[in-house]
Design a protein around this ligand. Structure first.
Ligand code: FEO
Length: 405
C-alpha cells in the first residue's frame, strides 16, 4: 500500500503537513506560488503534534502522520493558532486521537470552540498554557511565547530548547508550495520575495508587535525555525530572515516611491510615466503600478517598503476611479501610508475637479501627508502638465532619498 515518504526535518521531528499546489487566492491575497499548511510531529516519549492543516487536506495529513506513527499513540496536540488554515482538520484529527491533550492558550481555545462546535462532542482534554508554562514530552520540554497579531490575537510560538527550534506558525512564513522544507534549498531571493508579499499583506500593519516578537525570539537560542507556511529557516538564512523582519518592525523604508494609478484614455498614465522619470532623475527607485494590470496584493507589496507614494486617478462620476479607491482603502487597512508623504494627480472631464477632494479625504483617513503635492488637469495632458508631473516626481524622489535607508 502506498504511504507518503517520511520527511524528517531535524532528528526525530517530522514534517507532516500538506502542500496546497492549487490555491491562488488566500482571503484576498494572491498566492501565485500556492501555499503549504505545515504541521510537525515530534517523536519523543510523548509524541507531540504541532498544528494541523486546512480541512480539505485532513486525509492527506492523517496519512502523512501515519507514515510515522499511529494517531492513537500521539499524546499532545499543540495549537499555535486557531485560523482554519491550521485548525480546519482538528475535528477529524482529534477523532482519531481522543487520548491526546490539546495544548493551547486561552484565546486560541475560545476560538477553536467557536469555530468547531462539533469538537465538543469528542469531549477533548485541554491544557491551557501561557508564557510561564513548560510541557515535558520526554527528553524535550516545550515552552510557549504569545505573539498576538502574528497573525491573530491567539497566535503563539512554541519553543523546544533541546532542539533549539522555534515553531513559529504564521510568523516567518511564506505562501509557497514546495517539496523543499528549508529556505536554503531554494534560491533565497525567490523565498525572500514571496515572504515580502506575505509580510506586506499580512503583517506590515503591526510593526510594534513584530518588534515585540523579535525581542522574545532574541532571548532564545534558535538553530531552526519551523514555520506553518512555506519553508523553514536554519543556518545563515536565520540572520537574513531576522534582518528582513527587523526592517519590517522598524518601518525602515527604501529610497523608493510607489506610483499607483488608473487611467481611462491614457492621460493620467502619461503623467504617471513622467513622474516616474522625475523620481528616477534623483537617484531614488520607483515602482509604477497600473491598477488595471495589477492586484491589490501587488499594491501592498510595492507600497510597504516605499518611503513615498503617489496615487493617480481620472475623475469618474464626480469621484475617483473605483480601483483607486479600493487600492487606497486596502493600504488604509494595512496602515501602509501612515506618516508617509505622497502626491495626488489625475485628469478630469465634464464632472469638474472633485477627484482631488475625495482622494485627499481618503488619504487623510490613512494618516498620509499629501498637503503639498496635488496636480489635476482637464482631459489631455500637455507639455506643461508633463513637466509638472516630472517635477512632482523629483520632489517625491528627493523626499524618498531623505527618508529611505
Ligand atoms: Fe496561516 Fe493566520 O493563518
Amino acid at each position: 500500500m502506498y504511504k507518503p515518504v517520511k520527511t524528517e526535518v531535524i532528528p526525530d521531528v517530522f514534517w507532516v503537513g500538506v502542500n496546497d499546489w492549487s490555491i491562488r487566492t488566500f482571503h484576498g491575497l494572491d498566492t501565485d506560488e500556492g501555499s503549504s499548511y505545515n504541521s510537525y510531529l515530534i517523536m519523543d516519549e510523548k509524541p507531540t503534534l504541532i498544528d494541523t492543516v486546512k480541512c480539505p487536506f485532513a486525509q492527506e495529513h492523517i496519512e502523512r502522520i501515519q507514515s510515522v506513527i499511529e494517531l492513537s499513540k500521539i499524546e499532545y496536540l499543540v495549537m499555535n493558532h486557531s485560523e482554519p488554515d491550521h485548525s480546519g482538520a482538528i475535528t477529524k484529527i482529534y477523532a482519531l486521537m481522543p487520548q491526546a491533550t490539546i495544548i493551547t492558550n486561552m484565546k486560541c481555545k475560545e476560538n477553536l470552540e467557536l469555530l468547531y462546535p462539533e469538537l465538543k462532542t469528542l469531549n477533548p482534554k485541554w491544557l491551557v498554557v501561557d508564557n510561564k508554562s513548560q510541557l515535558n514530552i520526554g527528553t524535550r520540554t516545550l515552552s510557549f511565547i504569545p505573539v498576538p497579531m502574528i497573525h491573530w490575537p491567539c497566535n503563539m510560538f512554541t519553543y523546544c530548547k533541546a532542539d533549539s527550534t522555534l515553531y513559529s506558525n504564521d510568523g516567518f512564513g511564506q505562501h509557497l508550495a514546495t517539496t523543499e522544507r528549508w529556505a536554503d534549498q531554494l534560491p533565497l531571493e525567490r523565498v525572500m520575495h514571496i515572504m515580502n508579499v506575505y509580510n506586506a499583506n499580512i503583517l506590515a500593519h503591526i510593526p510594534v508587535l513584530i518588534k515585540n516578537a523579535l525581542v522574545q525570539a532574541s532571548k532564545l537560542d534558535i538553530k531552526y525555525i519551523l514555520t506553518a507556511h512555506g519553508v523553514g529557516w536554519r543556518g545563515e538564512t536565520i540572520a537574513l530572515l531576522l534582518e528582513e523582519y527587523s526592517r519590517l518592525a522598524n518601518q525602515s523604508y527604501k529610497k523608493k516611491v510607489a506610483i499607483i494609478f488608473d487611467s481611462m484614455y491614457g492621460s493620467t498614465a502619461k503623467a504617471a510615466i513622467a513622474m516616474s522619470e522625475g523620481v528616477k532623475s534623483t537617484g531614488a527607485m520607483v515602482d509604477v503600478v497600473d491598477l488595471k494590470a495589477s492586484s491589490l496584493t501587488a499594491v501592498a507589496l510595492y507600497m510597504f517598503d516605499s518611503a513615498c507614494f503617489a496615487f493617480g486617478s481620472p475623475a469618474i462620476n464626480s469621484t475617483m476611479m473605483p480601483l483607486v479607491e479600493s487600492a487606497i482603502n486596502h493600504c488604509r487597512g494595512l496602515k501602509l501610508l501612515a506618516g508617509k508623504t505622497g502626491a495626488i494627480f489625475g485628469a478630469y472631464g465634464w464632472a469638474g475637479a472633485p477627484t482631488i477632494n475625495d482622494m485627499t479625504e481618503a488619504l487623510k483617513k490613512c494618516n498620509a501627508n499629501i498637503d503639498e503635492v496635488k496636480l489635476q488637469w482637464k482631459l489631455q495632458v500637455n507639455d506643461e502638465i508633463l513637466v509638472k508631473s516630472y517635477e512632482m516626481g523629483v520632489k517625491l524622489g528627493m523626499k524618498a532619498l531623505e527618508i529611505g535607508k
